[in-house]
Ligand binder design. Structure first.
Ligand code: ZN
Length: 447
């Protein structure tokens, strides 16, 4: 009998873009399918220059930014390309969490191929589709209860929760006829659900896995300042306690734990949290899927306001919030009682808000990777223009290098395959065998 194999079609020496194929005999699944933001992407494409919607696969393939595989893409997505539409050759795509770099290419997948995800990830993808231009395509969607195995021929996939900077994140135990492959997705153990991550790796170790496919975002050199989620809370508490001006914050729009942290901090300081229309929609649409996260829910929670930017036309999903929404003059008047969440793409609102010089601005996102980061320069130009004081408080969605090492050692896989990292070499010596995967190579699994 041929051994089961794993094959890496993305996420190799890059952070994000995981595309992992697991095969056992006639059975084949894909795990995660998001776009690559590798240097190659940045060489040819950008915000202003995107692959054409009429021929997406053709345009990505031109620069090797999608795998050349048959039986995966939809007929529409293949238009114009030299890959021919065929019958599906994958029995399912398993999505670990709702971040773009793991789910963003689902719309290119053949609509006959089912997509498997957690309840929480499903509700987030629904809310994102409704409130943005991101689409995931038509598929049979299967929302998997945690801990219940899904049988795909000879493969058995057990989804378990892990903590990441978006709720609903999963890791998978993939049982093959030659042993278990552990796929971590993205994870951390310093967030509000650290216990889920610990339990996942306990379950992983108990399988005596033949392979561990782990993310390694923070492996290798990492000098950026990092807090735990509790540390973010303490920092924001401290800042709000000593300020009597409007406080502003920018965080990742889908980091619902962070909105929870910011909301608790605002309330503790006697302030209200003001969120954008899009955040309001996401919180309202998704909060029922995450009953254990104390999220601010517009219309339900005390001390939450929705900020209405002036626009010529509002989307249907925005309209239910408009009547009770607040505007720039109101925020200006009540500044000292508010913590205003403002995405960088909405910074032009500062022209109307005109915070007093010295007002605190909290950057609750990753620090830039490089000093010549253009967005970072623009951000600081705006802060300088209005005389705002900059404060960095962020907890990463990813485990640190030392945490990765102790996790790999505790799971004791026969082989570790680092993905979602620029430094796979940092994993050397942590497991019996370390393989820095090569794009497209099939690695046999088992003894
Ligand atoms: Zn990721």
């Amino acid at each position: 009998m041929a051994h089961p194999t794993v094959r890496f079609l993305g996420g190799v020496r890059e952070i994000g873009g995981n595309k992992v194929v697991v095969e056992d005999g006639p059975d084949r699944i894909l795990i995660d399918f998001g776009p690559s933001f590798s240097p190659v992407w940045e060489q040819y494409w950008g915000q202003y220059l995107q692959p054409r919607s009429a021929s997406p696969v053709k345009d990505y393939l031109e620069f090797g930014l999608l795998p050349r595989v048959e039986g995966l893409y939809s007929e529409d997505a293949l238009a114009g390309s030299d890959l021919r539409p065929t019958e599906p050759e994958f029995q399912g795509v398993f999505v670990s969490h709702a971040h773009l770099d793991h789910a963003g290419h689902l719309k290119l997948v053949d609509p006959r191929i089912p997509v498997y995800l957690s309840e929480g990830t499903g509700s987030l993808l629904d809310a994102i589709e409704e409130s943005t231009f991101t689409k995931y395509g038509e598929h049979p969607w299967h929302r998997m209860p945690y801990g219940t195995p899904v049988q795909i021929g000879h493969l058995e996939v057990v989804p378990l929760p892990v903590d990441h900077s978006i709720p609903g994140a999963s890791g998978f135990l993939i049982r093959t006829r030659e042993g278990t492959i552990v796929y971590t997705g993205d994870y951390r153990q310093h967030g509000p659900r650290a216990d889920e991550t610990h339990r996942f790796f306990e379950a992983a170790a108990a399988e005596r896995p033949v392979a561990l496919i782990t993310e390694g975002t923070r492996a290798g050199p990492d000098t950026r300042k990092q807090f735990t989620e509790e540390g973010v809370r303490a920092g924001v508490d401290h800042l709000l306690a000593k300020s009597n001006q409007l406080a502003l914050v920018t965080s990742y729009p889908r980091d619902l734990d962070r909105f929870s942290t910011l909301y608790q901090a605002a309330r503790a300081a006697g302030r209200s949290l003001v969120v954008s229309l899009r955040t309001a929609y996401l919180l309202q649409a998704a909060h029922r899927s995450f009953p254990t996260i104390p999220m601010p829910v517009p219309g339900e929670s005390e001390g939450v306001h929705v900020y209405r930017r002036p626009k010529s036309r509002y989307f249907p999903w925005e309209r239910p919030f408009l009547d009770d929404a607040v505007d720039a003059p109101w925020v200006k008047q009540h500044g000292a009682e508010l913590l205003l969440s403002l995405e960088m793409s909405h910074f032009a609102e500062l022209i109307d808000l005109r915070p007093d010089p010295g007002s605190p601005y909290i950057h609750s996102m990753s620090e830039p990777f490089s000093e010549d980061d253009v967005d970072d320069q623009v951000l600081h130009h705006w802060l300088d223009h209005f005389g705002l004081s900059f404060h960095q408080y962020h907890a990463s969605g990813h485990a640190s290098g030392p945490e990765l090492e102790s996790i790999v050692k505790s799971v004791r896989p026969a082989t570790v395959y680092p993905v979602h990292t620029e430094h796979p070499e940092a994993f050397q010596g942590w497991a019996a065998r370390t393989v820095s995967p090569e794009l497209g190579t099939r690695y046999p699994i088992g003894h």
